[in-house]
Design a binder for this molecule. Structure first.
Ligand SMILES: Cc1cc2nc3c(=O)[nH]c(=O)nc-3n(C[C@H](O)[C@H](O)[C@H](O)COP(=O)(O)OP(=O)(O)OC[C@H]3O[C@@H](n4cnc5c(N)ncnc54)[C@H](O)[C@@H]3O)c2cc1C
Length: 296
């Protein structure tokens, strides 16, 4: 199939750019390996999205998906494996598709970092989780641990404190990095904060039973939620030589990479602020730049 623009990733960035491109008369498709919405699906409540005081991440994802689908923009639910040049044409490859594109927008976002500790892989989905909204309700009225010191750890600890009996936050250093809602966390009676605390090992066979800290303290818990940062999803683009040393894609202010007609938007792009609105903003900028240039 041939499109004016192939968008890789159906997070808010990718879906926003599709909306602008199609409304301007360009053909485009979105290739997505998981579910539309990307990280939105992992957010409990969003409180900083103007126009909606409190909205669940998955609801916002669903609303945008519906809006894009109504424009008959095709979603191809497959994993992109490679972008390459073939006879002077740029193609996007999945296992089953060869998509020809005049322009490509990379909107593959980022995914949560793991601690890479003993027991973590084995107990993933059996007590170890990277998503409070997905798995929090499974541990209703139980004791859970959160690892992290950023805004996501703070926000998701509040969400879990409304479901679980007791929430213990393990902070590696002696303070939080995040600031939003910290005062709310301190007010919660069922949240305990342990500073200078690092996990050494997860214990459990079929499910998580306890955590052993580096200082040998043991914490019994039904679940451990890990929020320690992200990796950009750019492994498959390393051959294009467009990433920085952390793996984020470098662009100019119009979201152009140094490869001709390849753009990068949203959390996958090297930038300072990783938010829904900044991801959408990138989507609009890339799309309108392409619309201006494409002359189609
Ligand atoms: C727990 C949590 C809480 C947050 N809270 C807030 C908040 O309150 N307010 C706020 O503004 N922001 C918040 N954020 C940040 C916000 O969610 C992100 O900045 C934004 O959603 C990024 O959108 P994106 O489209 O750039 O990337 P993503 O949402 O990461 O989407 C990328 C998509 O690309 C797909 N993909 C990746 N690789 C491939 C491939 N090879 N082939 C096909 N598809 C691929 C992925 O499956 C994914 O669907 C939060 C994030 C998290 C995790």
């Amino acid at each position: 199939m041939k499109y004016n623009v192939v968008i890789i990733g159906a997070g808010v960035a990718g879906m926003t750019s599709a909306l602008y491109l199609k409304r301007a008369g360009l053909s485009c498709c979105i290739v997505e390996e998981k579910a539309p919405g990307g990280q939105l699906n992992y957010i409990s409540t969003i409180e900083n999205y103007p126009g909606s005081k409190n909205i669940q991440g998955s609801d916002l994802a669903f609303n945008i998906y519906n809006q894009v689908s109504e424009l008959e923009i095709p979603f191809i639910f497959e994993q992109v494996k490679e972008i390459k040049q073939e006879e002077n044409k740029t193609i996007v490859l999945t296992d089953n598709q060869k998509l020809y594109a005049e322009y490509i927008i990379i909107a593959t976002g980022r995914s949560p970092k793991k601690l890479n500790l003993a027991g973590e892989k084995k107990l993933f989905g059996k007590g170890i989780s990277y998503c409070a909204i997905c798995d929090g309700p499974l541990y209703k009225d139980q004791e859970v641990v959160i690892v992290g010191a950023g805004d996501s750890a703070i926000k998701e600890s509040l969400f879990l404190s409304n479901i679980c009996n007791k929430v213990t936050i393990l902070v590696r250093k002696d303070s939080f990095r995040g600031k939003d809602n910290l005062s709310e966390v301190r007010k919660k009676k069922n949240i305990t904060i342990k500073y200078n605390s690092e996990i050494e090992q997860f214990i459990g066979e079929d499910k998580l039973e306890k955590i052993i800290l580096k200082n040998k303290e043991e914490i019994s818990c039904a679940a451990c939620f890990i929020f320690i940062g992200y990796h950009p999803s750019t492994q498959i683009f390393l051959n294009l030589n467009i990433t920085d040393k952390l793996g984020y894609i470098e662009t100019d202010e119009f979201c152009r990479t140094k490869q001709k007609n390849i753009f990068a938007i949203g959390d996958v792009r090297k930038k300072d602020i990783f938010q829904i609105i900044t991801a959408m903003n990138d989507g609009v900028i890339a799309a309108t730049t392409i619309i201006d240039e494409a002359n189609i």
